[in-house]
Design a protein. Sequence first.
Length: 84
Amino acid sequence: MSDMGMANDLAKWLGDYYASGIEYEYDTRGNPEIDVNDIVYQENEFHKDMKVNIYRQTLNFNQSFSGKVTARRVGGAKYGLANP
């Protein structure tokens, strides 16, 4: 950190990131193009155009690709319970 402005920006980002508290984990076909820290759209019948940030991904190969993704909703706090 080089100044208080950067520290405040980081604190706000961390607060938003951990405030959502909404994580998703699912099996995938093992797309090797997906990297940790990518932001992608996840299909969801309750939230249109829901974005998630991938923070853990495994990729396996045994005659074909397979994998598992763990992601956290981006801006989860704005969805709240009142906006299904």
